[in-house]
Write a protein that binds this ligand. Structure first.
Ligand SMILES: Cc1ncc(COP(=O)(O)O)c(C=O)c1O
Length: 404
């Protein structure tokens, strides 16, 4: 037997230092606050199940049946055929015609995004990413040694993309445009002319469009149409999952639908090759995809109404706080208020001070790519109304002290 004598740490890769995911990173500080005896309200992560919303029973039944029926072996790397067909039929019914052989079942939207960026972006390549962004994009690009080029979303215009700024960022190294619509972290939905302008811009520069449509069913006024409907022949990949609108984020089950354009044939092959390398996504949960897309969706009506009520309360209460402003969201469960910070202070300072003195945990805007001095933070408003009222009372008292 040999006994190790060396005490030097095993070195880690440089890419880890470039990888950041603020939504989870701040939890370490929250746990310290909790250990010191303060109750923490976790408004940092968009998980409806954590706030008492239930996964629909027919989805649970489908996954349970699959487990009991012995569907516990590896599956095809692209996903089980009937479930791919269900996604293709759903996209086609929404006006984005996609053949089933261009659908991949993935471990959530997240894995589809990672497979796609890995398939199309070389080291040194550039991808246009909104600012603020959902941080997965920048995290994956850091792993690929590629660059996120941030295009501004403008809070003064309801968080719409700044198209002039976007156009100024294109270089010969640009490979793709990321569009998150409905948006996390802003809750905005882009009107059709803005969507058309984004597609025209991507077409002009031969860019792949990653349409992150994971909140597509959660517009307060009903489901939002997919980008592919506007131009089924554009090079669009649509991403979604069971996580948000089907209330099963822990199942890590989602899909990507690659548009029918022959310009995407090589991307289909490249994604297939990479998907083969991870064998398959979790098989029993795939059986719930068809149940979700072809079964009863009435839970979404109740969920949307619950979200609208929480959004209204959130905006009413936050905009009443002196020094705070907020654009009203029209989808999903996020709001992005802004605090008029005193000179020298940062969004992280405000968020950590709020956490330490009230136990309310939000994510600072710079975790989504915004300048730290701009004073933005993201709130997940999934908690029950009564709890939100109490949370906003605490925020109002804290902010008055902080700004005085
Ligand atoms: C915009 C956006 N994209 C992707 C994801 C990842 O979702 P999934 O659970 O489907 O991987 C999230 C989760 O919060 C998100 O907000």
């Amino acid at each position: 037997m040999t006994t190790a004598k060396t005490r030097t740490s095993i070195p880690t890769a440089g890419r880890v230092h470039r990888f950041s995911y603020a939504i989870r990173n701040i939890v370490a500080e929250a746990q310290r606050v909790e250990a010191a005896g303060t109750r923490v309200r976790y408004l940092n992560i968009g998980d409806p199940v954590a706030f008492g919303f239930h996964t629909p029973a027919h989805l649970v039944d489908a996954a349970e049946r699959a487990l009991r029926d012995g569907h516990n072996g590896y599956g095809p790397s692209a996903g089980i055929a009937p479930e791919r067909e269900a996604v293709a039929a759903d996209c086609t019914a929404k006006g984005f015609p996609v053949p089933a052989d261009r659908v991949f079942i993935t471990a959530g939207t997240s894995e589809g995004i990672e497979l796609t960026l890995s398939a199309v972006v070389d080291s040194g390549g550039e991808v246009l990413v909104p600012m603020p962004t959902y941080p997965l994009y920048t995290a994956v690009l850091a792993k690929l040694d590629a660059r996120a080029k941030y295009y501004r979303l403008d809070p003064a215009r309801g968080w719409m993309p700044d198209l002039d700024h976007l156009k100024s960022l294109v270089t010969p190294a640009t490979r793709a445009l990321v569009v998150i619509d409905p948006n996390n972290p802003t809750g905005a939905v882009y009107p059709v002319p803005v969507r058309r302008a984004l597609l025209a811009f991507a077409d002009e520069h031969n860019l792949l469009v990653l349409a992150d449509e994971v909140y597509g069913e959660l517009g307060f006024d009903g489901a939002v149409e997919p980008y592919g409907r506007l131009d089924p022949d554009a090079p669009i990949i649509s991403f979604s999952s069971l996580s948000k609108a089907y209330l099963a984020p822990g199942w890590r089950t989602g899909w990507m639908a690659i548009g029918r354009s022959p310009r995407l044939d090589d991307v289909v092959s490249a994604v297939k090759k990479l998907a083969d390398g991870r064998l398959c996504s979790t098989v029993p949960m795939q059986y719930a995809v068809m149940a979700a897309l072809q079964g009863d969706r009435s839970h979404q009506i109740a969920f949307r109404e619950a979200l609208r009520a929480r959004a209204t309360l959130t905006i009413d209460r936050l905009t009443a706080i002196p020094g705070m402003s907020c654009v009203a969201p029209t989808a999903a469960f996020y709001a992005m208020p802004r605090v008029a910070l005193p000179p020298g202070r940062t969004d992280e300072d405000y968020v950590l001070s709020l956490l330490r003195s009230t136990g309310v945990l939000c994510v600072y805007g710079s975790g989504f790519g915004l300048p730290p001095a701009d004073g933005f933070l993201r709130i997940v408003f999934l908690a029950p109304l009564e709890e939100l009222r109490e949370i906003y009372d605490r925020m109002a008292r804290f902010t008055a002290d902080y700004l005085s």
